[in-house]
Write a protein that binds this ligand. Sequence first.
Ligand SMILES: [Zn+2]
Length: 332
Amino acid sequence: MRIALGCGFSRLCVAGLRCGSGMCYFVCDPLMPELPEVETVARGLRRTIVGRRILSVRLGKTDFIDDPVALEQHLPGRLIQAVERYGKFMLLRLSPVIGGGAPAANGDAAPAALLVHLGMTGQIAPNPAGQPCEKHTHACFLLDDNRELRYTDARRFGRLAYLSAEPLAEELRAFGADPLEISAEEFVTQTCSRSARIKALLLDQSFLRGVGNIYADESLWRAKIHPARLGKTLKKGQASTLRRVLREILEKAILMRGSSISDFIDAEGRPGEYQRHHRAYGREGEGCYRCGALIRRAIVAGRSSYFCPKCQPAPRGSAVRVMRLPAKRRAE
Ligand SMILES: [Zn+2]
């Protein structure tokens, strides 16, 4: 499904801005928190909820929850032992149910996890239990220190799921390596042996987990690689550079608490700042920071892809259609 987020023409438009100019870089481009944004939220939760026990669960709308009854039945009594980021989602690692009497055959005597995917507009943070709930709060987990871990999500494109060991292992099996952990050798071997376009490869969660449109475009700009290049046409040195810059960009973005483009905020309610460092993403018609050529946009792998036509030359014979520049830029 393609969703327009900021164009104002779609009923799903979040920004509600009727730009109509083609400048809107959310057009038909689903925008989800990527690795740095999710890591930022996970770090906030690690500081604030690890070691707390879930006492009860209260749910509102549940159409984004895998099995709402399972959350209500199996979460109370468990300690939140760790908050992990896995690709673009989080796993709250939970202890066995404490003080539940005889070990139950329903899995409550074993550790489990709560999967939290923020979708486009999901936010999760602890609040004082007595504080009124924000609009669109759909899940509240009462903790043992009189706070509630609350999940709010205006669009409900996120996901919550209670997962015991086996379903969790099944869930994680499909994902590739973490871009912050993958070795240079593995990255280069995988990239240079694939016939997919490099942009598609970076977005392919079974190859790398956690990279989305923003950080794919930023790393390709830094590595001077056109998004439509095929993986197997990259030289080993280029692939190695791409891995290095991708990692550097992700690490810097984590330090800056991610990019706030839509309505991303961290677990403490603060927006990220990395959007000020974007060099390609969302800069259609603006000058390249390296060479001054105007950044262009093309649809590659079904996604808007921003690149510098001079620094990132198109592969020969590439049939990728480059979008016309926004009107005000053409007139300059
Ligand atoms: Zn350039």
